[in-house]
Ligand binder design. Sequence first.
Ligand SMILES: [Zn+2]
Ligand SMILES: [Zn+2]
Length: 323
Amino acid sequence: MDFLWLFILYVFLLALCVSIFCFLSGRSTSGLDSVLRRAEQVISLVLPAWLQRCINSCFHTRSAAFVFLHLVLDALVFAEYTWEVLDYSLELELNWMLVFLPYFLISVNLYYFYKCCTIDPGRVTKQNEALCIRVYDYDEIMFHRSNKCPTCHLIKPARSKHCGVCGSCIQRFDHHCVWVNNCIGALNIRYFLLYLLSLTLTVASLAAVITTFLLQVVLLSHMMTAAYVDSEGYEEIASLVYVIQHLFLTFPRIVYTLGFLFLLIMFLGGYTCFLCYLSITNRTTNEWYKARGIPGSLRGYSRGILGNMKEIFQPYTRYKKER
Ligand SMILES: [Zn+2]
Ligand SMILES: [Zn+2]
């Protein structure tokens, strides 16, 4: 296949994978919701009913489909890494600690992933309703004292929101994440932050090893100083584009994986920074989204950086004490 077509196919598949990953990770509060809803309407005209029911159950009810997809993506990337990169890297005598670092980081990441999937995000129930209400004061801008959830028939604590997917009001609601098939709220936001951080570090470490390996290949084969004969019979010095093209055609899966990892670093890194910023300013994604256009609504709950981080890592202690 011609390099240009191969490259276009590669970019298209890459952009598709990363877009799906990012759009779906926080879709219940995303401004892209209307775009996604419109896309679903268009898709509904062409897809058979059984497939639509399947998609609907994945997006609008609690479903392990994306948890499974997450694990499959992890497995595919690590299978490729173990199958091709690990062997080559050890042969080229790259630092073994760097080569094995991704395995350590993915183990840490899978632990936090498991925690995010299984821990109660902070469901408001009849038993803890009174205690949840006492945790935060109502700002009477975004959260009003008199609000009652029409589904749970409970008074909504300040900073909580009803999640239609989980069917419950969640204390300090951040968003519903399809990738962990759970809401992110007061009790599991700390695990979600550590999950995102460890995932970004895992992806970065994989990219670092693969980049080091490819640079070693280029240096050892003297590719940058090599010459080739073009289609008109002239001798040309290999340019950077030629080297990339050569690497892509020699190690297509490795280069494809590296491109995918770089895009993930960009999106995941950006999202992790955004969530860290919200955490140190004591805001949730839901509040950030709701607060746009409401002046003065962003000041409410901050207790200073240390206080805010303490709240994330030791969530509503008053509730726990009184339980
Ligand atoms: Zn509710
Ligand atoms: Zn939910």
